[in-house]
Design a protein around this ligand. Sequence first.
Ligand code: ACM
Length: 698
Amino acid sequence: MSFRPLIFLLMVISATMATFAATPLPNVMPLPVATLFGSGRLAVTADFSVAVRGQDDARLREGLARFLHRTEARTGLTFVRRATGEYALTDNSTNAGLVIECTGSGSVVPILGEDESYVLDVTAGQVVLLAPTVIGALHGFETLLQLLQSDSAGWYWPVVKITDQPRFPWRGLMIDVARHWQPMEVIKRNLDGMALVKLNVLHLHLTDDQGFRIESKTFPRLHQLGSDGDFFTQTQMRELIAYAAARGIRVVPEFDIPGHATSWVVSQPELASAPGPYAIERKWGVFDPVLDPTNPQVYVLLDGFFGEMAALFPDAYIHIGGDENNGAQWSANPVIQAYIREHKLKDNAGLHAYFNTRVHAILAQYGKQLIGWDEILHPDLPAGSVIHSWRGPEGIAEATKRGFSCILSNGYYIDLCHPASVHYLNDPVPAQSSLTSEQQKLVLGGEATMWAEWVTPETIDSRIWPRTAAIAERLWSPREVRDVSDMYRRLAVVSQRLEETGLRHQSYLDPALRRLAGDGATSADLAALRTLVDLLEPVKDYRRGGQQPAANQITPLTGLADCARPDSFGARIFAAQVDALILTKTVTTANTGAIVEQLNAWKNVATQLMTGHVAQMPWFQASHLSLDALLVACDVGLEAARNLASGRTPPSGWSPIQLSKLDQVAEPHAAVELAIIPSLKQLVNAAALPTRPSAVTY
Ligand code: ACM
């Protein structure tokens, strides 16, 4: 007997289904301004050919080569190359699979406010990518890579027309390389991730109490004594700037002054506002050392240093920090207080403003504009400065009311371990904004901020990605794009794509867990540990310092809290299951089954860990409570599920007892917390209701 007719029939059916398939959901992030899917596809095969029309330059060719290389990696195809190794382009743009047409190059070193738009027209015969600048074309390549799809017939682009441009011109990621040093490869792979989601500013926080991370040829003792040897040489920085520029990304350096300046005064104690000596700070927090604005030598140093940095960094902006100057050394110094009186500066804030005015003049002399954190806002702040708002939602309103341009980071503090949804819905100019239209025009965009108290090169990607992709979408896509569940659907896909560029936000975990589990761990031990950490989140906000008060710059970050990742995927899946159950009209043993199964599986995980090799590891005792907490939490959930399935309302005292048990196990320990508690509370609340809720909002 032959199965051929059956196979043929299945092929016909599947082809028919393909014809009537629903409009594909784009996996693109950030979502483009306009996406119009047609029917049909453009197949991607090994003989796929490319033609460049119009502007043709090295940056475009390099971007194109990266695009083709990544397409090859995803598809397993090998495109045609010349003997010299480069991809063979065709002159025949009529028949080429991809035609790229840029009107101009755009600024070779990107600048604020460039035209980043592009139009992609995929037909069954050809992709045409049109852009006014090469930067727009680079963005178009990223969109194309995200649109690439496959089925059993092969790889293809769906027929689609995309018109796209960013909402905000300043879309950044700040990386603090001072508190924990982050070497070249970390920055480069994050630049690749940024390019993938169309972020266009890398803000490097280069100096702080804990480190001075840039080579100064004029004042070499700054980095020699202030960095433990961990700093970017100027040659390396030029390489990073070029790497960024090739991807359409600006590099904005930050030199945090006058506070957060311990690493400066290690080598220049006479420039501080209290006598030294000073040593590199190892702990986290706000510290006293601050430059002395009354000392002329401070400006001599800053003039020389900024002159040097202005030549190194091509961007028009230099970030001078300015945050969290506690004023303690100024208040304690009678000479400084006398200076404030004599110069009618009123108070320490007036002295800080005076300092900023002098720094502004120095930067202006080198053709640079000043940007600084909220605290630099003062009536004396020179016009043209940019405010970087971090302390609260009112920062933007205050800055723009006084006519200053600003960028937003309040709400984008990814180091605080909040879920992507929180950052995603945080809009620099929300629909109900109280800003006038003039004020709104002054909002340039925003930056995700990766402060580095609790990250190492091993873990940093897992704190930046994939959540920063959601922030990138907030800053690129139209304001109306706010569907959280669709964001999470696409984030899961984009997360994979980000790993493919070399980021390690997922892949760091296996070796980290093997290290935690110890050499004798079985695969069951490892699987259980993996499931556990997937249900844990590092504590949020600034609580980790309270959990690990002795931790400092040299503490290893290789524990449970470093394996746990923000925005637990496992907890989110469970939350969706609970939501679906609660919305179900008739709850039965059948539809509580999946939840019961899940809770029992987690109890088994806890038992496996308590009885397996992991329990023999020295760190385990400190984390034992996680497992007790998980067992209690699962038992509460199981009881709630049983009550729901039985249809009986439990006695009135039941739910307060269960909720209080959940509150107890919600307490963090070892700097982690169980991420399923809110869903279990929902389950208990639903079980305690006399009637089923018809709708629940979260
Ligand atoms: C800051 O977070 N201190 C700007």
